[in-house]
Design a protein around this ligand. Sequence first.
Ligand code: TMO
Length: 317
Amino acid sequence: MKSKLIGLFAAAALSGAAFFGSAVAAEPESTDPIKIVTNNWTSQLVLSNVVGQLLEQMGYNVEYKSSDTQLQFTAIAAGDMDFQVEVWEGSMAESFNKSLADGAVDYGAHNAVTREDWWYPTYMNEMCPGLPDWKALDACAAKLATAETGDKGRFVGPPADWGKHYSERIQALKMNFQEVPVGQAATLWAELQAAYDRKEPVVIFNWTPNFIEAKFEGQFVEFPEYAPECFSDPKWGMNPDAIYDCGAPAKGYLKKVGSKAIETTWPNASAFLKKVDFTNPQIAAAAAMVDVDGMTPEDAAKKWIADNESTWKTWMN
Ligand code: TMO
């Protein structure tokens, strides 16, 4: 029995060494679980599982904790959760900045450049001349009117916790639109698909990188260009009495955030997490594995790890 156990440990140690090389510690600094935050869109779920599965391969224990995209920052600052792999500037900058002031740690930016905003299929350019300019969309509101929105155009908006301020933007820009938020991302894609099949006008919330760009032709509505003051100074922008009279950042960052505890409790994991770095094509492909190919986030992460060894190996050095 004893020799059999020793043999098992030796085999595990050997395969571990062959897998990771000598740079990675064989022993975790702590067996306490690293709590990885999961949210409600697919690339985030796949990337969280990639990070979690790699940490497990490094010998760490991992727990996945689902959270609201704004409240997660309070939890990370308080040390109740440890790591978030996708911090999008366009939807989370305000909560993220506040969390840094409250003790959360900036884990650095991905290579990816992001955008999250109103988006429409390209065939609408003929129906609404002047698109992608927002004023042309506003002039076209009647074509987007529904029973639900009366004579106002319908904007199919994001779930409430994604931190956008679109109803305020509609007011600030005095647009003839109404936001109808969805409960979950899948409803955005169902609305898009239904309109797309019939070449009907539709305006939804969308973001990039995402699987959408590989499947549908479309573009973002161009609103007045974003500046940070737009969110804090009413005098800034075309409405002197309102904030949110601008678009979301067109070249936003994608960052990572962690708890203070990672650095002190699991320093090697902390060094690894600082190096984790995804590109736009990798993130779009991660979403597609779930949204197009129907994989679970867990299986998509396994496949990503199998296919991208040369990428994640550099994070472990
Ligand atoms: C936060 N999100 C990427 C879904 O816009």
